[in-house]
Design a protein. Structure first.
Length: 751
């Protein structure tokens, strides 16, 4: 048995021996959670960042924020004052952030939905149904930037693409800074009969690297979130306080109608032909069917304003994974999530029963969407999501792509304070072809705040009659995938174990599947004690193993063992780690890794080192780097992923990304590089210009994407998008292969 393969069973047994019977106890939720009352006022305050209005003088004041970082559970070094007033139509929040050194306040972000949490910032959390699981989060800074989020399952899913209607005004003062926030009641869904809402406020003092909360969150209370998400401690909704006094509020009809018009001009400069001009229109509609159910309809949908995908390199035998970027599919996406946890940002998930990029996209190119409908929300004790989208057929050089109809139905029921059970059904029904159907069941059982176990089962099959409503399947595709995951998150120790089996003929046509006919094990351990000595805030040791074997024969397919004996988080919020990586690959057939370079079939063992570094991103210059060097199959590989970000001001920010792989094998040598340069201009919180240049030296493709976005009134947008691509050749002699400019205009109507 090889070295990494020997380690996997030991890690799994060690983890399973740390179950609830070995001393894992319920984390104390703390003593009394704080409560404050909102005050009804006859005259609304003016939202200008000045809290001298009479309305604010009548309100209760919430104080006594407690630290989460750097010192757990002690009073904040800078006090924060909260005030909440409301009228029949709007809720107002006044936040006074006292600071002994107001000139040191960091405020570099102004763009909507940007990474405001890197600045001195405030996050409001509103649990409007007081279910201690789901909430709205509203975030702002001194520049009046806005980020709004729908938080599901205490941060297990974050919907950053939700854009509510609200306003904010901020200003610097001699004693700190002030934010005045107005949230129309029509923006929120809530229970009018509820005596209180869950409520919390998080303040981050970036220049001190201090995080505080109105309802204190001990550091041992962790939050489980999806990889790559902007999850924050305040998203632990069950630890929030209460906001009372919001009586007499009436839920509005919540009807939003957003027609849009689009026009574009495109050309291929290589052809002696006139540019192609096109114009079209469509409609998006949102309707609050009940106080807890929302219906979204879209007709003749267009995504011309969507930012281009980031190019990737692939040195594996398996599919690349590109994230969803289209607003219609991102909004409320969490309810449709089904599959094992996705824990690593730079690696694709093992399985997703529904993957929205299967809808309206083919090999990255748009497929026309005729119409779509989505119903999401809560009904009784169930969270529900139903999605139906119809796409048009298109003619391609390699054959026609038929029209298709995609359907997803998802149910999830809350059990107790933290546990859930659920089910999913998906269907992809192309014209004149068999319809692929998937059904699945899943659960998450979390008896304590630290320990949890989850699992899923899903099966796929083909309808014998694509026009029927039956569930007949053909024998060669009716197979399944199933798995279990266990998590423990303590104050210093974090452990997880994922295990899945995916049968040979399991096929989710509306989902994502990385591999078939495999058994997968993924144990992970992290020890992160606090030391607070000198410049070091904490150090950590991490061990993880990613192991695949064939399901039918039990033969190794691939394995990756990684141990970071020492990583550090500094008091400056810089982080780094050094890791040893051992890998195994079993090639059952030759693998063409690059053009003309074929690795022979066989079993390979190789190892190397990785160095990761992550600097404090609130500085003028932020650096993120991942460097690797060592053996690769029967040769060597050096890899670099380096990002430089410059936060020049609240108006101008840039980010440069360089990805490079240098591979030397007995069969030949090659190198692959990617480069992208992003420059963002934010003129006001409602007007921004984004530019992205990308170059792939493997394909020798060069692309430019320029995107102007003006929110000319709340909920209404103007987009101007320019795209151009150039073919291979010398940079000065490149020939443009595609050039397009598109203009999209949307207008929000709220009857």
């Amino acid at each position: 048995m090889s070295r990494p393969t020997q380690i996997a069973p030991a890690l799994a047994l060690t983890f399973l021996g740390a179950g609830p019977g070995t001393g894992i106890q319920e984390a104390a939720p703390g003593a009394e959670r704080p409560t404050m009352a909102a005050t009804r006022v006859d005259q609304a305050p003016t939202v200008d960042g000045d809290l001298s209005d009479r309305a604010w003088q009548e309100s209760e004041v919430g104080t006594d924020f407690m630290q989460h970082e750097p010192l757990d559970g002690v009073p904040a070094t800078e006090q924060t004052e909260l005030r909440v007033v409301f009228t029949d139509s709007t809720i107002y929040f006044g936040i006074t952030a006292l600071d002994a050194n107001p000139d040191a306040i960091i405020a570099k972000e102004m763009e909507r939905d940007s990474r405001i949490f890197q600045d001195d910032s405030i996050i409001l959390l509103l649990d409007t149904f007081h279910d201690r699981r789901n909430a709205y989060a509203f975030e702002t800074n001194l520049n009046g930037a806005r980020t709004d989020t729908l938080v599901t399952d205490e941060g297990r899913d974050l919907n950053l693409e939700w854009d509510g209607i609200w306003s904010v005004a901020s200003r610097r003062t001699a004693f700190g800074w002030v934010a005045e926030i107005a949230i129309p009641i029509s923006t929120l869904r809530f229970d009018p009969a509820a005596p209180a809402w869950g409520f919390n406020v998080q303040r981050y003092i970036a220049h001190k690297r201090e995080m505080t909360h109105w309802s204190g969150l001990p550091r041992e209370v962790s939050v489980l979130g999806q990889v790559g998400s902007q999850i924050q401690p305040v998203h632990r909704i069950s630890m929030a306080g209460e906001l009372t006094g919001l009586t007499g509020l009436a839920q509005s009809a919540q009807l939003q109608i957003k027609p849009f018009a689009i026009g574009d001009v495109s050309e291929d400069p290589r052809l002696e032909a006139d540019p192609i001009t096109d114009g079209d229109g469509g409609l998006d509609l949102k309707w609050g069917v009940t106080r807890s159910l929302a219906l979204d309809l879209t007709y003749n949908t267009d995504f011309a304003e969507v930012e281009v995908d980031e190019q990737q390199t692939n040195l594996t035998r398996f599919s690349l994974y590109f994230p969803e970027k289209r607003d219609f599919f991102l909004e409320n996406a969490g309810i449709f999530d089904f599959g094992p946890p996705h824990r690593e940002f730079f690696r694709p998930p093992v399985l997703k029963a529904f993957f929205s990029r299967r809808v309206g996209l083919d090999d990255g190119q748009q497929v026309p969407i005729d119409w779509g409908a989505r119903l999401t929300g809560r009904l009784g004790g169930w969270n529900i999501g139903v999605l139906r989208v119809a796409t048009a057929g298109i003619d391609r050089d390699d054959g026609n792509l038929p029209a298709n109809a995609f359907t997803v139905a998802r149910l999830k029921r809350n059990l107790g304070r933290r546990s859930t059970i659920g089910a999913i059904v998906t269907e992809a029904a192309p014209d004149n072809e068999d319809a692929n159907r998937v059904v699945g069941l899943d659960f998450n059982y979390k008896p304590t705040t630290k320990f949890g176990v989850g699992g899923f089962w899903t099966g796929s099959g083909l309808s014998e009659d694509p026009k029927s409503t039956g569930t007949g399947t053909s024998a060669d595709t009716g197979e399944a995938a199933y798995g279990v995951n266990v998590d423990y998150q303590g104050r210093a120790l974090t452990m997880s174990m994922d295990a899945e089996e995916i049968e040979e003929n399991y096929q989710p046509a509306a989902g994502f599947l990385l591999r078939k006919n495999v058994r997968h094990l993924n144990p992970r351990f992290q020890w992160l004690p606090r030391i607070e000595r000198g410049l070091v805030r904490s150090w950590f040791t991490e061990v993880r193993y990613d192991y695949y074997e064939t399901l039918d024969e039990g033969e190794l397919e691939s394995g990756r063992f990684e141990i970071s004996p020492l990583g550090m988080r500094m008091t400056t919020e810089d982080r780094w780690r050094l890791a040893y990586v051992g890998e195994e690959e079993n090639l059952v057939e030759p693998f063409e890794i690059a053009s003309g370079i074929v690795i022979p079939a066989g079993r390979y063992e190789f190892d190397g080192l990785e160095l990761a570094m992550f600097s404090n991103q609130s500085r003028l210059l932020g650096v993120r780097g991942l460097f690797g060097w060592g053996d690769f199959y029967d040769g060597t590989r050096t890899s670099v992923r380096l990002t430089f970000g410059v936060r020049a001001s609240k108006h101008v920010q840039t980010e440069s990304l360089w990805v490079y792989n240098d591979v030397e094998l007995p069969q030949g040598a090659f190198d692959i590089g990617l480069f992208s340069q992003r420059v963002d201009f934010t003129f006001t919180p409602n007007l921004r210009l984004n530019t992205i240049v990308q170059y792939n030296d493997d394909t020798e493709d060069l692309g430019l994407n320029v995107r102007l976005h003006w929110i000319y009134k709340p909920g209404s947008d103007l987009f101007v998008v320019y795209n151009e691509n150039w073919m291979e050749g010398d940079l000065r002699q490149r020939l443009s292969t595609h050039r397009q400019i598109a203009v999209k205009f949307t207008y929000l109507i709220q009857p």
